[in-house]
Design a protein around this ligand. Sequence first.
Ligand code: ZN
Ligand code: ZN
Ligand code: ZN
Length: 129
Amino acid sequence: MKTIKLVAASILCLLFVSAFSMNTKHGEPEGKGFTPAKSATCTRVKAQLCSDCGFGSKKDNCAKCNKWMGSSKSQAYLCGDCGFGSKKDNCVKCNKWVGSSGVNAQLCSDCSFGSKKDNCSKCNKWMGS
Ligand SMILES: [Zn+2]
Ligand SMILES: [Zn+2]
Ligand SMILES: [Zn+2]
């Protein structure tokens, strides 16, 4: 009688634990998977230059029109397409892989003027907000 009670209790306990762990396992990936997918499409990604295109004074040239930027430069961004996955690690100028030596690409005051700064530095598509 004692052993039956013990077995029944342990089975109940096992059931409870497995049901609980299933619940948490089920809820977790949904929440985790949703956030990165959302931010990947909505957030603009900083455009980068490879070590060639960003070498020396070249990094002071506009990533779009190649004009010298002087002191009025602003960060260049990529749209969700051009910045998706590993594409964000390609140089905005020559499309070569930037690797670990990426330099932030910047825009001159013309190319970043007004609403132009909301266009992708690579494909010129509007990036949205
Ligand atoms: Zn420019
Ligand atoms: Zn490059
Ligand atoms: Zn783009």
